[in-house]
Ligand binder design. Structure first.
Ligand code: PMP
Length: 354
């Protein structure tokens, strides 16, 4: 029986993606070759890469004449550094919403002045802060659209006067959003895109090439764009599996349709949690995330009961991040509604134990 996997990432991908990826490992499109042994310069792979790059933009309605899509090795943490290397000349502003945004800010400090322009640290990162500083003299503003650890999510795009950069690792392709207002979007792929090991970068070409420093090629977005994402050996399997997942999303009806499903799942779970007097939701209601639902039990005794019931129901990976504790149910695109229903029924059963 398939486990109900509430992992924050790497996370569940659609069953048909597993099937297709497994088949491609054995015999890629009847070629007599495994996807693991085909060249990244083969015609077959170049088609995969180009389809994946085009779909990555199309699904967010980003104009391919303005934006480039790149699948790069290094994952989101590499972009914490690659972004300021490419964009930070004098000063950048970061919205501090917890661990990931702080890590991004720390890397920017290698390249110039980077300052916090809004923070929810004082409330333990349980809310989304407002921008408190004037942004007009900044090279860019950086925000983390969904805060995987705390279960908070920007409901609107921050208003700024300068280019916007967004770490969208844990909510990309999950909802409608004004993606066009963001100049550089990046994400580790291991949640709503594909298997771990890559980052996806969607960058407006016009913001690049403005810093007066030399950038080593591997860290220069323009070097990757110039070589059509084949500056070096691509992660063939990772990109192929990401394409399968993006095709799956398109088949579901794209971001509009998946948002409806994600809303249904989140409403079901939050509705149950809100109705229970022995549970505390962690995030401020107005800022809570559709992707990561965080909560705690008022009594330790109940947490132990919950752990046991989850084991019995085959619910896995629901513990909170090690830095905050508690529980976190991640409801990424591929998590079936049925898994949420099982979790809701476990919580329902706990009414008898409370
Ligand atoms: N940003 C966010 C919002 C994340 O959730 C994570 C990891 N879960 C990261 C960045 C770091 O990603 P990676 O481990 O892929 O470098």
């Amino acid at each position: 029986m398939k486990a109900h996997n509430f992992s924050a990432g790497p996370c569940i991908l659609p069953e048909e993606v597993y099937q297709q990826a497994a088949q491609a490992v054995l015999n890629f499109e009847e070629s007599g070759l495994s996807i693991l042994e085909i060249s990244h310069r083969s015609t077959a792979f170049i088609q995969i890469l180009e389809e994946a790059r085009a779909l990555a933009l199309d699904l967010l309605q980003l104009d391919k004449n303005q934006y480039s899509a790149l699948f790069l090795q290094g994952s989101a943490s590499m972009e914490f550094m690659r972004v300021p290397y490419n964009l930070l000349q004098n000063k950048a502003g970061y919205i501090d919403t917890g661990v990931w945004s702080s890590k991004a800010l720390a890397q920017a400090q290698f390249f110039g002045e980077s300052v916090v322009i809004g923070s929810s640290k004082a409330v333990g990162y349980t809310a989304i802060p407002k921008i408190q500083e004037c942004t007009k003299d900044l090279d860019y503003v950086h925000f983390t659209s969904n805060n995987t650890i705390y279960g908070t999510q920007f409901q609107n795009i921050p208003e700024t006067d300068v280019p916007l950069v967004c770490d969208m690792s844990s909510d990309i392709y999950s909802r409608k959003f004004d993606y066009n207002k963001i100049d550089l979007i990046y994400a580790g792929v291991q949640k709503n895109i594909g298997p771990a090991g890559l980052s996806l970068v969607l960058v407006k070409d016009s913001i690049l090439g403005k810093v007066d420093r030399s950038i080593p090629d591997m860290l220069d977005y323009r070097a990757h764009i110039k070589q059509d994402n084949l500056y070096h050996t691509a992660n063939v399997f990772g990109i192929y599996t990401s394409l399968l997942n993006l095709r799956w999303l398109l088949k579901q009806g794209g971001v509009d349709a998946i948002e409806k499903r994600n809303k249904t799942k989140a409403t079901l779970l939050y509705g149950q949690l809100d109705s229970l007097d022995f549970v505390d939701g962690t995030a401020t209601v107005a800022d809570r995330s559709m992707m990561n639902v965080t909560f705690t039990f008022k009594e330790e005794r109940l947490a132990a009961v919950f752990d046991m019931l989850c084991r019995e129901a085959n619910i896995v990976n629901i513990r909170g991040h090690r830095s905050v504790g508690g529980y976190r149910a991640s409801l990424y695109n591929a998590l079936p509604e049925e898994s949420v229903a099982v979790l809701v029924s476990v919580l329902e059963y706990m009414k008898n134990k409370a």
